[in-house]
Design a protein. Structure first.
Length: 135
């Protein structure tokens, strides 16, 4: 499945160039509101301020996306030069999408382990600690 990439730039020419570079390797949107509601944004490519709280729109969580900063001195997962090549941009998106997938799987795994531990140490009828918990 192709990653969903959000392009954030005030320069429309730059957004078009990025979108062209990512054609065929990612689903590209140019605004949070354009992203399908059921799909999570995987990668954000920006050349300016971090767009994690758009005005009244669906909120992005820094833990749920990979951030690539192009020519901007902002905290990001990957910092790219302003004259980034199309190939570098594509590879960055592929790698960040995989990192995000692994982050999400790790978080889900931790939730499942917590659930299993709770089930292993509590009595299903009373909800109190069982013998395993006392041992």
């Amino acid at each position: 499945m192709m990653p969903l990439v959000l392009l954030c730039s005030d320069d429309s020419r730059r957004r078009r160039r990025w979108a062209g570079a990512l054609a065929g390797t990612a689903n590209v949107v140019e605004g949070v509101s354009e992203a399908p509601a059921e799909a999570g944004i995987d990668v954000v490519i920006t050349d300016g301020p971090i767009p994690f709280e758009p005005e009244g729109q669906r909120r992005l969580s820094r833990d749920d996306v990979g951030l690539a900063a192009v020519g901007a001195a902002i905290p990001a997962d990957v910092s790219l030069p302003a004259d980034v090549t199309d190939r570098e941009l594509r590879l960055t998106c592929v790698v960040l999408a995989e990192v995000v997938r692994l982050r999400r799987e790790s978080r889900e795994g931790a939730k499942e382990r917590q659930q299993l531990a709770r089930l292993a140490f509590t009595d299903p009828l009373t909800g109190l600690a069982n013998r395993r918990a006392w041992d």
